[in-house]
Design a protein around this ligand. Structure first.
Ligand SMILES: C[S@@+](CC[C@H](N)C(=O)[O-])C[C@H]1O[C@@H](n2cnc3c(N)ncnc32)[C@H](O)[C@@H]1O
Length: 308
């Protein structure tokens, strides 16, 4: 059953933080469909669990810090296409999501210079300058930077790799990141279905770079790509689960969560309930909830099939 009160409760802070972000460079934002909020809610939910548990456990662990790494980070502000709502982007969710202990450091990589600059300024609203870094270049060339950042702080990490298009963070980088101790969220290449079906050689090569040559060469359908990709992730991270993010039309994508531990973490059940909850909703529920919260009568009802 859809718990609309739960959905609204989790949307409200995204809107509040978004309002604050919009005081800086208000015309610079990423633009997405309403279902993007489901992804942000899942991230926020996990961030609260992760930082609360690490707050207790860190003194007994070999790490000295917890860092958040946002690869393909965006501008820190997301505009929801159907409603005009402004919600905080993932990096800001990482600033404000924790309850008892903030991340010690944040690293964000974003290759659109305008977005990167706006994100850096927005981070300044939420955190001391010395605790974050924004790299305004191609994330594909920065796996070493991520590793240095984590090593410098002796940090356990939570990372988010939020794909858009067919570039950004190849499988070779992902494999290295997965071998470090930390938790990871990945949006499985949201445009891959559409691109796969048009069957262009150039696209096939880009897809192979993102999912790995072995997975791409075995795949007959784009579903095979996904299954193969998830299998490869589970080889390194056995405790991974995927959450279906649904537009309300035919379009959907997967948000994959990979736990850092080899054994099933004690809080994995909480993520399974998150999965059950998020999968009851779609973009239409989010659009209607945003309309209620922001006091609109209801926006013009379009089929929610446009891509992110
Ligand atoms: C899906 S959006 C991120 C949204 C963000 N995670 C959020 O929730 O607000 C992906 C971002 O990655 C950026 N991007 C795309 N290719 C990139 C690359 N090769 N290196 C760094 N950033 C890239 C895009 O400019 C875009 O802002």
């Amino acid at each position: 059953m859809k718990d609309l009160a739960w959905l609204e409760k989790h949307l409200r802070p995204l809107l509040q933080w978004g309002e604050r972000c919009a005081t800086v460079r208000p015309t610079v934002y990423n633009e997405f469909g309403p279902w993007t909020c489901l992804k942000l809610i899942a991230l926020k939910y996990h961030i609260q669990i992760y930082t609360t548990i690490m707050n207790k456990q860190l003194p007994a662990l070999p790490w000295k810090a917890i860092d958040y790494v946002d690869i393909l980070a965006g501008s820190g502000l997301d505009r929801i296409r159907d409603t005009g709502s402004l919600v905080s982007g993932s990096t800001i969710v990482a600033c404000e999501g924790p309850r008892y202990r903030k991340f010690d450091h944040i690293l964000a990589i974003e290759n659109n210079p305008e977005y990167a600059m706006a994100l850096a300024k927005r981070l300044g609203l939420f955190r001391p300058r010395e605790t974050y870094e924004v790299i305004g270049y191609d994330a594909a060339n920065h796996e070493d930077t991520i590793e240095r950042f984590l090593a410098q702080h002796n940090a356990h990490y939570l990372a988010f790799v939020d794909y858009e298009g067919l570039g950004g963070f190849p499988w070779s980088n992902m494999e290295r990141l997965l071998r470090h101790r930390g938790d990871l969220f990945i949006t499985f290449i949201p445009s891959v279905g559409r691109v796969w079906s048009r069957d262009w050689q150039g696209d096939r090569e880009k897809i192979a770079k993102l999912v790995g040559d072995d997975v791409a060469s075995r795949a007959r359908t784009h579903d095979d790509l996904y299954t193969g990709y998830l299998e490869n992730i589970r080889r390194i991270r056995p405790n991974s689960l995927d959450i279906r993010i649904q537009s309300g039309g035919s379009y959907y994508y997967a948000l994959i969560f990979c736990a850092g531990q080899k054994r099933v973490p004690g809080w994995f059940d909480a993520l399974n309930s998150l999965k059950s909850k998020i999968e009851t909703f779609d973009g239409t529920d989010v659009r209607e909830a945003l309309d209620r919260i922001e006091g609109r009568q209801g926006t013009f009802s379009k089929q929610a099939t446009k891509r992110p």
